[in-house]
Design a protein around this ligand. Structure first.
Ligand code: NAD
Length: 436
């Protein structure tokens, strides 16, 4: 059989919405700038900062896959465990042509921080495969998933590192990962991944959890800022797991969703979009870009639409030095990881735009993943009302903790979240100590 070498992760400039400048847009560079800002503010011991600048474990794997036409393609995959000081590693798996080691390292670092902000007993991890699942059949995606799982199975496990869905991965893919891992060890290990189908140990409420968490955090924001959420026009960039559920849950609570976008383009209607119709349209046409009841907005300009609350829920680097000056929202609640660059953050702060950072705003996903893992370990499953109520408790608690630091330290919300999370992490590092 012929063997075809795969595409390599491109040596490229990182995709950036707006004009690139210097290192702006390299997610690892952005993440390390955020770490440095917080470490300086906290006067953190240099050895702790230094430790966090180096992921604990980095694995690159090659993933040979027989394609439907009989050819073998070799894809490149990664799994990064950034830190394990507070517990086993936790973090999603991304399938995307632009996955790179620097991106996976940054996403793993943000998971470390997110779990610490939420006070979940986890460290951070992330994984990814450089591939374009939009151009692959379901059978090819299954073979890719099973081989990738087998390759990283040397470092994952219910007590070691627990993957979950991220961009272009879903419940079915988590089901295949769980099955492949279980085949290897000879018994069912539902706790090895979260975000699985409910029939094999998944949790009720996990699918909507990230979007629901974004909503709870925005509700708290409205409380402390003194505005009525139902009057506030909301725009959502990204219409996948996170974005679609954000739109659905906000509209179920009577909010006016005025704009939504996916990779193909956006729609905007100041009177409000019919979100149920939008979801139907998206399922039927695989994009919302041609939804008839709104004005079309090009993807790259979508974050600039008039709204009070902007929820970026797509990819990194959407709000940058190039467009931060044109953002019209008053609040940005980050459903995606890393959607705002550090330079954009500073520009937004100067303009009085409040950003609820990813490591708090989108933590609903990992929180219900944690609940799923606990349910798997105990083989005792909760009803959806319990899951949502516990999620709300934790999101509200963490928001309030971050907000308190924000007020006390005169720090923006991202810096405040880092101060809270880094404080917990640093404590764990100190207690565990260095060996020898
Ligand atoms: P997904 O694959 O389900 O959806 C991604 C969506 O983004 C799609 O609608 C796609 O068309 C759109 N998109 C991609 N590039 C875009 C662009 N340039 N402009 C506009 N839209 C674009 O992925 P997801 O799980 O919804 O993840 C979205 C983001 O949320 C990622 O940053 C991810 O890391 C983060 N996140 C996801 C979860 C989760 O539970 N799935 C949890 C926390 C954070």
């Amino acid at each position: 059989m012929p063997v075809k070498t795969s595409e390599k992760p491109s040596k490229r400039k990182f995709p950036l919405n707006g004009a690139a400048d210097g290192m702006e847009g390299n997610p690892w560079h952005e993440a390390m700038r955020q770490l440095d800002l917080a470490a300086r503010k906290m006067n953190l011991e240099p050895y702790i900062t230094e430790r966090l600048r180096h992921p604990k474990r980095v694995l690159t794997v090659s993933v040979p896959v027989r394609m439907d036409d009989g050819e073998v393609r070799v894809f490149e995959g990664y799994r990064v465990q950034h830190n394990l000081d507070r517990g086993p590693a936790k973090g999603g798996i991304r399938y995307h042509p632009q996955v790179s080691m620097d991106e996976v390292k940054a996403l793993a670092f943000w998971m470390t921080m997110k779990c610490a902000v939420m006070n979940l007993p986890y460290g951070g991890a992330k994984g990814g495969v450089v591939c374009n699942p939009k151009e692959m059949s379901l059978a090819e995606i299954e073979r890719l998933t099973r081989r990738y799982t087998s390759e990283i199975s040397i470092i994952i496990g219910p007590d070691k590192d627990i993957p979950a869905p991220d961009v272009n991965t879903n419940e079915q893919i988590m089901g295949w990962m769980m099955d492949t891992f279980s085949m290897t060890i000879g018994y069912s290990a539902p706790g090895v991944v979260t975000g699985k189908p409910v029939g094999i140990g998944g949790s009720l409420g996990r699918r909507e959890a990230t979007g629901r968490g974004v909503f709870y955090v925005t509700q708290e924001l409205a409380n402390v800022q003194g505005f009525d959420l139902r009057d506030a026009p909301v725009a959502v960039q990204g219409f996948g797991n996170v974005g679609m559920n954000v739109a659905k849950i906000f509209s179920q609570h009577g909010c006016r969703v005025v704009g939504a976008a996916d990779v193909g383009g956006g729609v905007y209607n100041p009177r409000g979009l019919d979100v149920d119709a939008l979801i139907e349209f998206s399922k039927k046409h695989d994009t919302i870009s041609k939804f008839p009841k709104g004005e079309r907005v090009p993807t790259e300009r979508f974050v600039e639409v008039p709204c009070a609350i902007l929820v970026p829920a797509a990819m990194e680097n959407q709000i940058t030095r190039g467009n931060a000056g044109r953002i019209q929202a008053k609040y940005i609640v980050e459903g995606a990881n890393g959607p705002t660059t550090t330079e954009a953050d500073q520009m937004l702060a100067k303009r009085g735009i409040l950003v609820v950072p990813d490591i708090l705003a989108n933590a609903g996903g990992v929180t219900v993943s944690y609940f799923e893992w606990v349910q798997d370990i105990q083989s005792f499953f909760w009803d959806e009302k319990d899951v949502n109520a516990k999620l709300k408790d934790l999101m509200v608690k963490s928001f309030r903790e971050v907000y308190e630091v924000h007020e006390k330290e005169h720090a923006n919300l991202r810096l405040a979240a880092f101060i809270l999370g880094l404080g917990r992490l640093a404590q764990a590092v100190r207690i565990r100590g260095l060996f020898p």
